[in-house]
Design a protein around this ligand. Structure first.
Ligand code: ADP
Length: 498
């Protein structure tokens, strides 16, 4: 990985922001942690410290929850749906205005190519806020015809904000995950405490400044940086929080459910996956091969919906595997700030260790790496795009979510066999199908136990399209109008009128 002239110049405002004194947004003010403590965020391309950020913990969560409660009971209630929508829209506009800055911050903190952040993470976050801005004025109840003998009743439902929402997000799409969480909660009229991932706190801290600039009343949005076991756990267990929304691993999702049990707060979860990606022999392989490669290699495989189990119909297995391997071989690894980089480093040394652990276990259990299979270089957290064959269902690399650029490829004989294999994990987040036969595509789509099925495409996201998991991939949906269910309560009002 030599440095090249395609490295982008860090914007002066990004330099200033990254090296500045970072503060969290609590109660409308930018503040340090109550303890005064900070912790480092690293540049994963180099392993060097990028910034020191406040180490928020229980005390900060308490402050943030109290502020959110005051805002929810006070000023935020007086804000009309139209005004709420305008504030959310304005936040989207401000992010768009600072798009280059956000793309660079994301690249430096997370490792992803700045060019990818510029066309994916940032515009998707902007779109999400714009889409949700529109919902603020459209959250409606119904009038309900009752069958009570004798009649004489008017009944209707109100959709009310659930209250103070705690939100915990991961590091793979830091800004976008913040948008997925904040947009619908604010549209519904909730006040929010957002705990961002400790690996990638910077874009949310920058967002805190824009939330102030947009003019949200104090306490409506609070952003806390800190660790999962301290700040995150305190938020999930907090008796003053009415609802917790979590995106992250299935393992931590289960801890969130337990923590939420104290006051039975509402819970929505978007968790892990081990998504099957099924290529039939009648697929357009010119499209399916790069599609299958990008299904796993996009964002370095650090996607909960990554197409990490590639099932290929026997007669085209070798061709597809060779094709995906060729695509993987061509991927240029490097620092995210280099425009020629197609794949950056993994987010952290822990993630590097975890992915390398899976590669070692695959080797020990008899899987064969057609390409990759190891770390690249000594500096930064780079892992080579990896295609594994000879993978058996008993292997860890088949069953567990690796969250790295590692795909297991398996041959199959017919639709029935692949349906059973695709459905045989604890997960059910997403799936891909590649075929020219529309009946086959739709009937398999119907039988797959997954929250999203992509046909002849993969990783297509839109603010209007619900996303979430069956089985242990989660509860509830993100995006679309469905996500509003996560942030509203239905109140039935029944009036005797005769
Ligand atoms: P990953 O394994 O991808 O890092 P995690 O599920 O560990 O994902 O983390 C996702 C988010 O959950 C992060 O913001 C992290 O700080 C938070 N988190 C981790 N452990 C806990 C916990 N015990 N309680 C609440 N939040 C947690």
């Amino acid at each position: 990985m030599e440095t090249s002239s395609t490295v982008v110049e860090t914007l002066p405002q990004v330099k200033e922001f990254v090296s500045g004194r970072h503060k969290m947004l609590i109660d409308g003010k930018l503040v340090e942690a109550a303890s005064g403590k900070t912790f480092p965020s690293y540049n994963p391309a180099t392993g060097e410290v990028l910034a020191e950020v406040p180490e928020g913990d229980k005390e900060d969560i308490d402050r943030a929850v109290s502020a959110a409660r005051r805002a929810f009971e006070g000023r935020w209630r007086q804000v009309t749906p139209s005004e709420r929508g305008q504030l959310i829209w304005k936040l989207g506009e401000l992010i768009e205005k600072h798009a280059d800055e956000f793309a660079q911050i994301e690249s430096l903190d997370n490792g992803k190519p700045v060019a990818v952040a510029r066309v994916a993470d940032v515009p998707l976050a902007v779109d999400l806020f714009r889409y949700m801005a529109g919902w603020a004025t459209k959250i409606e109840g119904n009038t309900i015809p009752l069958s009570v003998p004798g009649g004489g009743y008017l009944a209707y439902t109100l959709r009310e904000p659930v209250g103070v929402a705690g939100q915990i997000i991961p590091w793979n799409f830091p800004l976008l995950m913040a948008a997925w969480k904040l947009g619908p909660a604010l549209a519904a009229g909730c006040a929010v405490v957002l705990k961002v991932a400790e690996q990638t706190p910077l874009s949310a801290l920058r967002l805190g400044g824009l939330i102030q600039e947009a003019g949200f009343p104090a306490g409506v949005v609070n952003i806390v940086t800190g660790f999962g076991e301290t700040a995150g756990a305190a938020l999930a267990a907090h008796p003053g929080v009415d609802k917790i929304a979590f995106t992250g691993s299935t393992e931590v999702g289960k801890l969130i459910v337990q923590a939420a049990a104290g006051n039975l707060k509402k819970v929505s979860l978007e968790l892990g996956g081990k998504s099957p990606n099924v290529v039939f022999k009648d697929a357009d392989l010119e499209v399916a091969i790069p599609g299958a490669a990008s299904a796993i290699f996009f964002n370095h495989g650090q996607c909960c919906c990554a197409g990490s189990r590639l099932y290929v119909e026997k007669s085209v297995f070798d061709k597809v595997v060779e094709g995906v391997a060729e695509q993987g071989k061509q991927i240029k690894l490097g620092p995210g700030m280099d425009l020629s980089t197609q794949m950056g480093p993994l987010v952290s040394s822990e993630q590097l260790e975890r992915v390398c652990g899976y590669l070692a276990s695959g080797r020990q259990e008899g899987a064969k790496a057609v390409i990759g299979g190891q770390r690249v270089g000594e500096r930064g957290y780079f892992v080579a795009p990896t295609v594994l064959t000879e993978v058996k269902p008993s292997m860890k690399v088949y069953q567990e979510e690796i969250f790295g650029p590692v795909v297991a490829a398996m041959p199959f004989s017919d639709a029935r066999e692949v349906e059973a294999a695709a459905n045989e994990t604890i997960y059910g987040l997403a799936a891909g199908i590649w075929t020219r036969d529309i009946s086959k595509a739709h009937s398999l789509a119907e039988r797959l136990r997954a929250g999203t099925v992509w046909i002849n495409c993969f990783n297509v996201f839109d603010a209007a399209l619900p996303f979430g998991g069956y089985k242990q991939s989660g509860w509830g949906r993100e995006m679309g109008h469905e996500v509003l269910e996560n942030y509203t309560e239905t109140k039935s009002v029944c009036v005797r009128i005769k």
